[in-house]
Design a protein around this ligand. Structure first.
Ligand SMILES: Cc1ncc(COP(=O)(O)O)c(C=O)c1O
Length: 489
């Protein structure tokens, strides 16, 4: 019997009888074959990305017609399932790892990172407590210590791997609220840049901050938080008897890549004993490069930092990270020991990661990081990040050289904002319609994908180069398409 025929035979066509029959076990040969099928599918997909669409969408009605069905009582042939996934599910997505996917925040995981996630699922280590995961927890400590060094934090800093930047921001704010004097009072005030990420506003909502406790502060002409505006807002609140409590600064604002003046902001925070959280979910790993390091100078003075390895560290979703400068504060904020976990108590240097955040059952996220960083070496990641910075500069030059395109915000940490502006078209409403139409048509063409934002209230096309697969020709193909696409008369 061939492997195909073997796979074509469902393991069970009627419920097993007898207590010693395991209805969910497979023999070793079948397990290997099923795994090889998935590996083949993924490697073939990656190999053909360049010739496939960067995005494919569909209506709910179309997707339901493909996929809605009652739960199957009987087994189905694995190849048939893969065929259905390949035709009805997997193509319908924005392919964030496509070389011409420049929308939102691209994510292009390395193959060892993907295998690391597979491995973590396969061994299914419970990484909430040291007792259950001494190996994987140590790997997480090691990886977090690498991040600590890259950020420039002192040895006592600690951290945790999380699902992403949103969870890291929430965890940081919860840590500050729980451990800092006055954090839980209605008097506490939080200061944000008007360019801050929505996950921070959501975290504040979850934590019970009222809108009167939050100040969204203005930015200067490069979209960076104005330290003078921050100092004035703090002074104003102090005078009114309120308690300045927390500042959230950007190290890579999502719309423009802008990095707030972290050193100056840190000095104001230190003077006023205010917790400084830096949301470096987008731009944090640029510290691995010389250019990024100098742009992010001062990040090491923050009380906490969000990083997002599933963005610029080329990891598969989900991988976020929170670092806290005064390491012990993290477990002070989250530690709880219920009776049913008493066997897992740690007294010394061992760590129960469940005590550093809200999740008890956690997968071993550090394995993919460790595997990919060890496999390639950090220099390879540094070079990939550097190349993105170069490509964004190239995009900026290309836009500036075009009589059809107008630069709206310069290349910063891989992001450039611009718009099509044909000669003689000046009305903002017309430019918005024209550009949003181009944005949509580019995605529908399959040629590439970008996304949009607003710059000073104006509709802007936003190109984000983060993918280690993107080349100069990919940037040129997308910008050339946008520059030359016929416009409705
Ligand atoms: C600056 C910033 N912060 C936070 C987030 C949220 O991260 P995640 O999507 O991983 O939850 C993002 C993601 O787009 C971001 O750009």
């Amino acid at each position: 019997m061939t492997a195909d025929e073997e796979l074509g035979t469902p393991p069970q066509t009627s419920p097993p009888t007898g207590s010693d029959v395991d209805p969910l076990e497979l023999d070793a040969g079948t397990m290997r074959e099923l795994g090889y099928r998935i590996v083949d599918l993924l490697v073939d997909r990656i190999g053909s990305l360049d010739e496939t669409r960067a995005w494919r969408g569909a209506s709910r009605a179309e997707m339901e017609s493909r996929l809605r069905e009652p739960p199957p009582d009987r087994a189905t042939d694995f190849d048939e399932l893969l065929r259905r996934l390949a035709s009805d599910v997997l193509p319908f997505a924005g392919h964030h790892d496509h070389p011409r996917f420049f929308g939102y925040i691209p994510s292009c995981p390395t193959w060892p990172g993907i295998l690391g996630d597979f491995l973590a699922s396969g061994v299914n280590t419970f990484q909430g407590t040291w007792l259950q995961s001494a190996g994987a927890s140590t790997v997480e400590l090691v990886v977090i210590d690498w991040f600590r060094q890259w950020v420039g934090y002192p040895g006592q800093a600690s951290g945790i791997l999380l699902s992403g930047g949103s969870q890291a921001n929430l965890t940081a704010l919860a840590c500050a609220r729980e451990t800092q004097p006055g954090g839980r009072t209605d008097n506490a005030v939080v200061y944000l840049s008007s360019q801050g990420h929505s996950s921070v506003a959501r975290a504040l909502r979850v934590l019970g901050f009222a809108s009167e406790q939050v100040r969204a502060l203005p930015v200067e002409d490069r979209y960076r938080l104005r330290p003078d505006a921050l100092a004035a807002a703090i002074e104003n609140d102090v005078r009114a008897g309120r308690q300045p409590f927390l500042v959230v600064a950007n190290a890579g604002a999502t719309s423009t890549g802008a990095v707030d003046p972290l050193g100056e902001i840190a000095s104001i925070c230190a003077e006023q004993s205010v917790w400084l959280h830096v949301d470096a979910a987008y731009g944090g790993f640029a510290v691995l490069t010389d250019r990024g390091r100098s742009l992010l100078a001062g990040i090491e003075q923050a009380d906490s930092v969000t990083l997002d390895p599933h963005k610029w560290l080329y990891q598969p979703y989900e991988a976020g990270c929170l670092l806290v400068r005064e390491g012990p504060l993290l477990s002070r904020a989250f530690h709880i020991m219920p009776d049913y976990l008493q066997d897992t108590a740690v007294g010394g240097v061992e760590v129960n990661f469940a005590d550093r955040g809200v999740q008890l059952t956690r997968s071993a996220r550090a394995l993919k990081l460790w595997l990919s960083l060890q496999y390639f070496g950090v220099d390879a990641f540094r070079a990939a990040i550097d190349r993105s910075l170069d490509l964004a500069l190239l995009a900026q030059e290309r836009i500036e050289a075009s009589s059809e395109l107008e630069l709206l915000s310069p290349a910063t940490l891989g992001i450039v904002c611009f718009r099509r502006r044909p000669a003689g078209v000046v009305e903002e409403g017309t430019l918005e319609r024209l550009n949003s139409d181009l944005d949509r048509r580019l995605a529908e063409s399959g040629e590439g994908m970008i996304s949009s934002t607003r710059i000073d209230g104006r509709y802007a096309l936003r190109l984000c180069v983060l993918n280690h697969r993107s080349r100069a020709e990919d940037v040129e193909r997308v910008l050339g398409w946008l520059e030359r696409a016929p416009l409705p008369s």
